[in-house]
Design a protein around this ligand. Structure first.
Ligand code: ZN
Length: 254
């Protein structure tokens, strides 16, 4: 968590300064007004949440589809009992990937907004959290890492994230694997055809596999095993090739 927070704020700050000080974008600044309004602040918050949510969705999808990244993300999915603290059961490499990508995205968005508006709108917050995210968490999203099955009725389940949406993502039932990568808005899953939210949780089973034993059961294992598995293919490539001369002598030609 410490790695994530400091890397995230550092990346936002650096990217924002790079963009905001850009000579190219100052041209845009001079063409816009600087009047503060609640509408602009609300729109700014909505756009920021939408953009960051899409980037998080996309990175999450890559964490499942790129074998190297999956080895580190697997730690989060190895939880077989879900509770709100499962949110923090993440490998540091996962945290670094999220912090760098979200930080860069937020920094670019803030820099572009500053260049366009001439000022940085202050996001409406409650207890330091943007109101939109605060409301979202208040409406049950904090229970996404739990066994409490809550889903929005009908098509609303495709628009707003719910505990059910994320619990399916953690299920190892064949119908649920590699589904529901989105965080706040499942609409990204609908667009990328990875959406799956059934009416009930009768097939939900948390963890990586129902048949293989869970090997991520110790603190050292959680931290070190992902490195071993992620770099295995690289080490295999670095191994010296079999001696061809010896193969010829023994008549082994394949
Ligand atoms: Zn995942």
């Amino acid at each position: 968590m410490l790695i994530y927070s400091s890397l995230l704020t550092g990346t936002i700050d650096l990217t924002f300064k790079l963009i905001a000080n850009s000579d190219v974008l100052t041209v845009l600044t001079s063409q816009t007004g600087t009047n503060y309004s609640v509408t602009v602040a609300a729109l700014y918050m909505l756009m920021m949440v939408l953009v960051l949510d899409f980037v998080s969705f996309f990175i999450h999808m890559l964490q499942h589809r790129i074998p190297f990244l999956w080895e580190f993300h697997k730690v989060h999915h190895s939880a077989e009992v879900m509770h709100p603290l499962t949110n923090y059961r993440e490998h540091p490499v996962d945290n670094i990937v999220y912090a760098l990508t979200n930080g860069t995205t937020a920094g670019i968005f803030m820099g572009l907004s500053y260049a366009l508006l001439g000022y940085l709108p202050s996001m409406p917050v409650l207890l330091g959290v943007p109101i939109l995210i605060f409301m979202f968490n208040l409406l049950g999203y904090n229970l996404r890492h739990s066994h409490i099955w809550l889903r929005w009725p009908g098509k609303l389940a495709m628009v707003f994230g719910s505990p059910a949406h994320h619990q399916i993502h953690h299920s190892c039932h064949p119908d649920h694997i590699d589904k529901n990568f989105a965080f706040v808005f499942p609409i990204w899953d609908v667009l990328f055809k990875t959406y799956e939210v059934p009416q009930t949780n009768k097939d939900v089973h948390f963890g990586i596999s129902r048949t293989k034993p869970n090997i991520y059961t110790s603190c050292m294992g959680l931290y070190l095993l992902p490195f071993k598995f992620a770099f295995k293919p690289v080490l295999r490539c670095l191994k010296p090739a079999p001696n061809k001369a010896t193969d010829k002598k023994t008549g082994d030609s394949h």
